[in-house]
Structures are given as structure tokens and as C-alpha cells.
Design a protein around this ligand. Structure first.
Ligand SMILES: [Fe+2]
Ligand SMILES: [Fe+2]
Length: 160
């Protein structure tokens, strides 16, 4: 693999792990507010992001290269109202999508069709990630300040 591509994949591994860390942080914040279903959803999302990082690590190794881990940024949760958290999940996923698209474009520009094809999985995955995040925003927007709707919505998220 070309050096620039390996570095860019290393950056993506770091972003996936930073995403995992962010969602774990959000999960802890939701547990502290007794929004336990959403906390469970976020914990599952944390595990998915770790898998995204592991899949990239394994791919780099398949290409007979050595992935390099970096310090993982702890992104602050900020406003911990469930709707605000859901909006931040969506914004974060949109950022990840941009990063995947940039990385895939780099693979094309550097003439690495194998990496390009591998990254297609992530392109498709991001469509799903954004759809799920948008569904969260829609759910908590619908709930508003209604406590019984919040109870039902949180229970639904707890069954993920
Ligand atoms: Fe991811
Ligand atoms: Fe994600």
C-alpha cells in the first residue's frame, strides 16, 4: 500500500475508535439520566464502531502492512438531553461519512482498486448509520416533553 493511503487508513481507524469512545461517553451520560434504553442503544453502537476499527486493522494486515494506533480523542457529550444527543450522533455520522468518502477517493486517485472495493462496504454502512441516527432524531422530536412517550421510546431503544 502507498504510504499516504496507509496513513489515511490509520486516521480512519482512529476516527472509528473516537466514534466508539464518543458513543460510550454518551451511553454513560444517558445512564446517569436514567434514559436506560437509549444508553443500551449507544452501548451497542460503541461495540459496532470498535468492529469498524477492527475490520480496517485486519484489512491493513491482510495487505501485509502494520496498522498504527494513535491516542483516541474523548469528544465531549455536551447537551445531554436525549434529542440533543441524537442530533450529535447524526452530526458525527455525517462527519464519518465525509471521511470515508475522502478516503475512498484517495484510493481511486492513488490507483488502489483493492482498497477502493474494500471501502465500498463502509460507504454502504454509512448510509445505514445516517438512517439510524436520523430515526433517533425523529423519535425524540416526536416524543418532545411527553414523559409517557419518552418511557415508550426509551423502552423501544432498549430492545436493540
Ligand atoms: Fe463506524
Ligand atoms: Fe458509525
Amino acid at each position: 500500500m502507498k504510504k499516504e493511503l496507509l496513513q489515511a487508513v490509520n486516521d480512519q481507524i482512529n476516527l472509528e475508535l473516537a466514534s466508539a469512545y464518543l458513543y460510550l461517553n454518551m451511553s454513560i451520560a444517558m445512564t446517569a439520566k436514567n434514559v436506560n434504553g437509549f444508553a443500551h442503544w449507544l452501548k451497542a453502537q460503541y461495540n459496532e464502531e470498535v468492529e469498524h476499527a477492527e475490520k480496517l486493522i485486519a484489512y491493513v494486515q491482510t495487505r501485509n502492512e502494520t496498522p498504527e494506533l494513535k491516542s483516541v480523542e474523548l469528544i465531549a457529550v455536551g447537551d445531554d438531553a436525549p434529542l440533543a444527543v441524537a442530533k450529535n450522533v447524526l452530526a458525527h455520522e455525517q462527519l464519518v461519512t465525509k471521511s470515508i468518502h475522502n478516503l475512498r477517493k484517495m484510493a481511486v486517485d492513488h490507483g488502489d482498486p483493492a482498497l477502493e472495493i474494500f471501502l465500498n462496504w463502509y460507504v454502504t454502512e454509512q448510509v445505514e448509520e445516517e438512517e439510524n441516527a436520523q430515526a433517533l432524531v425523529d423519535l425524540f422530536t416526536f416524543v418532545g416533553d411527553d414523559k409517557s412517550l419518552m418511557f415508550a421510546a426509551d423502552g423501544k431503544l432498549g430492545s436493540r
